[in-house]
Design a protein around this ligand. Structure first.
Ligand code: GAF
Length: 391
């Protein structure tokens, strides 16, 4: 089985342009794109001042757009009713919910004193929805990039990512960290986006060895971060830090957690153990990657998954099965490491493997997963790719 190809941006732009012409009867003048992301390691610690190591994937949300000379935005997307937004008013969350990511971004620009000109836009996407690959951050970052184009202004990349994160907090109700929007905004071809979430600074780390492939396996179990599990985990970590009496998780040692294990209580003590151990694993992984020691990632990814499953409790049966299949293929079968990726509660796994055996590994994972769950997964490979841009 050949791995499915990621649709080239030019094809997505052409599809968006065709739909735009049919909907609005004119040619788009602008295209904006932003990618989803996969995270290699550093999970649920972006909101704990930790380190995370995602990269932008070759899956994009693309807007085709054109100013329309009215005070309104008309936004279409396949399978959805056309949305009309009155740009003369400060945006608030509304219906349909999917447009809230765009409303939130518009509001971010309005809060910065921008007057958004009316526009028509059509959206196409190759980022799977609800797969834990940050389609929401891609939509926010693509919308922000489109507004930059319409306003003929360029925002600092970090400011744009923070504006997008605020849209997610205030308009989608998800108290997310900075990982997804940073990966979507800062991503570059052949670079991991290593983020120090305490300083808020990203570092682009080369990842260009052609012998290594990253497989992304969508379990097809829909992941929804707005249903409370994510916010509850974040609250656990805030409660834990308050009990530990430290200014930041970066000041917490495992011995501090052990000393206050009973006081932290269930489940906060295990959440704390995850945070402290995952920060250490991510620092270790970043160091190994910079020394081109990819083999060291295997045990770190395995320990990360186990900690997310047992201590942070954000995995699910299907993610565990998919990771277990990759693990049983093992190093001798070409698998270096595997773990769940993203927020969890469904979504995708990430598997680092030898390029020469990637198709064979994906085929085995798909067949074994379907045998175990009755669900056909979607498995594809992606190299680190370019972040949000106009074209
Ligand atoms: C989601 C969030 F949006 C991120 O900020 C991050 O916390 C991630 O879950 C877990 O690592 O994708």
């Amino acid at each position: 089985m050949a791995l499915p190809l990621n649709p080239p941006l030019a094809d997505l732009a052409s599809d968006a342009s065709t739909a735009f012409r049919e909907a609005f009867g004119s040619e788009p003048t602008l295209h904006a794109a932003a990618p989803g992301r996969v995270n290699l390691i550093g999970e649920h610690i972006d909101y704990c001042d930790g380190f995370v190591m995602p990269f932008a994937i070759e899956r994009y949300i693309v807007f085709a757009a054109r100013a329309n000379g009215t005070p309104e935005a008309h936004i279409g997307s396949t399978g959805q009713d056309l949305v009309t937004l009155d740009l003369s008013k400060r945006k608030e969350p509304g219906i349909p919910k999917w447009a809230n990511y765009i409303r939130g971004v518009i509001r971010g620009f309005q809060d910065r004193g921008h007057h958004i000109p009316g526009f028509d836009a059509w959206i196409v996407s190759s980022v799977p929805l609800g797969a834990g690959l940050s389609s929401s951050a891609a939509l926010e970052c693509a919308a922000a990039t489109l507004l930059e184009g319409l306003l003929d202004t360029v925002m600092e990349t970090k400011e744009k990512a923070l504006l997008a994160q605020k849209a997610e907090h205030d308009f989608a109700g998800v108290p997310c960290g900075i990982m997804d929007q940073f990966a979507s905004a800062f991503g570059q071809a052949n670079r991991l986006v290593l983020i120090d979430c305490q300083s808020g600074e990203p570092e682009l780390v080369p990842f260009e060895n052609p012998d290594l492939t990253v497989l992304i396996a969508n379990t097809m179990v829909h992941h929804e971060l707005s249903d409370g599990g994510y916010a509850a985990r974040r609250k656990n970590t805030e409660d834990g830090l308050a009990i530990l009496g430290k200014p930041s998780w970066r000041d917490v040692e495992m011995s501090d957690v052990e000393a206050k294990w009973d006081e932290l209580g269930e489940p906060v003590n295990r959440r704390a153990r995850h945070v402290v151990s995952e920060i250490a694993r991510t620092i270790g992984a970043a160091k190994s990657l910079k020394q081109n020691d990819f083999e060291a990632l295997g045990p770190l990814m395995a320990a990360s998954h186990d900690s997310l499953r047992d201590d942070f409790e954000v995995s699910c049966k299907e993610l565990d099965i998919m990771v277990e299949i990759a693990r049983s293929i093992g190093r001798s079968g070409g698998v270096i490491g595997a773990r769940m990726t993203g927020g969890g509660f469904g979504g995708s796994t990430v598997t680092l493997c030898e390029s020469g055996r990637a198709s064979e590994i994906a085929e085995t994972m798909a067949a074994e997963y379907e045998k175990a769950t009755g669900i056909k997964p979607e498995i594809f490979a992606s190299r680190p790719s370019r972040g949000a841009h106009l074209f």
